[in-house]
Ligand binder design. Structure first.
Ligand code: SF4
Length: 346
């Protein structure tokens, strides 16, 4: 199903259509997110990938109602279980946040209060949305810590955050996010601050939680490698816009947008020599004055006549579910994609 179509299946959790976020500033309007549409189903992990400033985190903050409404102009529709979250009051959103839609951030140290025991902070999250008593909330905190793989959860619940390792702190944050059995878990760069081994364990935990609770996961990252193993679908963003969106298998096996090629070619992997990595030249544009036409054109090695003046639409050149926003004709994309695949294999 294409990103812009309305679906009517009961597995659909989130249907985002034309999400646009603008920040008026004294220097002009920051065009943070432009016309973003996607869907999330139960049991699905959607990987949202892009460099910093691509709009991936702002999109999710808008969905969570975490942007200051007096300083932000948000339009579009964010249907959650059939209701448009963008029309909800701050009070209504507060009830959904942390309960039906939960979020895990990059830096658990910044989210956990250093002066409170880890178990107490999870127990507080339990009581925040329910009238459970303190002792039952504490028991639930221990149960959740145990569930996310904290050894000796009963005694470790009494530890302070600094007594946990980075990986354990992130596990504690995931435990806190699961307190009210959410439908959606948004993980924003959940493994960026962790070393590679712990990174894999946390991704495995998120995947396990998704399967066990049959929830939808949005995994926001700058690293395509992070979503390669776990995502079912991938949305590649640049300068606040979707460049490519489709099933993860298609994005990795038949990428069809020059920006995705660039991200893949600059991604380290076990079987790729360091000298074979090709960074994308230049830097992402200012969102105060984004480039005209295709936002990637100043950095794109394949730009041609219409790219600098006309914005390419997000379309499905062949497979209905695999969309990209690029003016290159389909046969040219196939030719360039084949050349690239040969180079990678060499
Ligand atoms: Fe490159 Fe043009 Fe395609 Fe943009 S539309 S990615 S500039 S070829």
């Amino acid at each position: 199903m294409s990103a812009g179509e309305r679906a009517h299946d009961d597995r659909l959790l989130l249907d985002v259509r034309g999400l646009t976020v603008r920040f008026p500033t004294p220097d002009g309007v920051v065009q943070a997110v432009s016309d973003v549409s996607f869907q999330l189903h139960r049991g699905e992990t959607l990987g949202v990938v892009g460099e910093s400033g691509s709009g991936k985190s702002v999109s999710n903050l808008a969905i969570m109602g975490l942007l200051n409404r007096t300083r932000t102009v948000i339009s579009g529709e964010v249907d959650f279980k059939g209701r448009n979250l963008l029309t909800w009051s701050s009070d209504e959103l507060r009830k959904v946040r942390g309960k039906e839609i939960a979020m895990v951030f990059q830096d658990p140290f910044a989210c956990l209060h250093p002066m409170y025991r880890v178990g107490a902070q999870i127990a507080e999250a339990v009581t925040a949305h329910s009238d459970i008593g303190n002792s039952r909330a504490w028991a639930r905190a221990i149960e959740l810590l145990d569930h996310v793989g904290i050894p000796n959860a009963k005694s470790r619940a009494r530890d302070y955050p600094h007594q946990f390792s980075g990986g354990m702190r992130q596990r504690a944050m995931i435990a806190m996010a699961l307190v009210h059995n959410p439908d959606i878990l948004i993980c924003d760069e959940p493994t960026t601050a962790l070393d590679v081994t712990v990174q894999a364990q946390i991704l495995e935990l998120i995947e396990g939680v998704k399967r066990e609770f049959d929830i939808g996961v949005i995994l926001v990252t700058h690293d395509l490698g992070v979503v390669a193993e776990t995502a079912n679908s991938v949305m590649v963003m640049y300068a606040g816009r979707i460049m490519e969106y489709g099933p993860a298998f298609d994005i990795f096996s038949r990428p069809q947008h020059p920006y995705t090629w660039g991200l893949l070619d600059s991604m380290p992997s076990i079987d790729r020599r360091l000298e074979a990595l090709v960074p994308i030249e230049g830097s992402p544009p200012s969102l105060l004055t984004p480039p005209s036409g295709c936002p990637f054109h100043p950095r794109c090695p394949y730009r041609f006549e219409p790219c600098a003046t006309k914005l390419p639409p997000l379309e499905a050149p062949t497979a209905e579910a695999h969309l990209d926003a690029c003016w290159l004709p389909w046969d040219k994309k196939v030719e360039l994609g084949t050349q690239r695949a040969k180079k990678v294999a060499a």
